[in-house]
Design a binder for this molecule. Structure first.
Ligand SMILES: [Zn+2]
Ligand SMILES: [Zn+2]
Length: 82
């Protein structure tokens, strides 16, 4: 194997490792959610509830307000309006 081939192989491996560092830990251990702000819960037309939106500190993924806390807010809201 020539040095050029070796370099290509090593660079491909490095790219794989970078993706693994960015995505691997989240896949294995879950995202490291950090609060990013909030958005309307959207549980009803007259609803003013807001739910937290989180962004992962490790990979930059966003949950767009789809999380346990948001689920609890919507459950509370429908319980109160009934
Ligand atoms: Zn993540
Ligand atoms: Zn609501």
């Amino acid at each position: 194997m020539g040095l050029q081939d070796e370099l290509v192989r090593v660079e491909a491996e490095a790219a794989r490792l970078r993706r693994e560092i960015a995505a691997g830990p989240c896949r294995e251990h879950g995202h490291d959610w950090k609060s990013y702000g909030g958005k309307n819960a959207g549980c009803g037309p007259d609803c003013g509830c807001s739910v937290p939106v989180n962004v992962c500190a490790k990979c930059g993924d966003c949950d767009y307000g789809e999380n346990d806390e948001a689920e609890a807010v919507r459950t509370d809201c429908s319980a109160q309006s009934n």
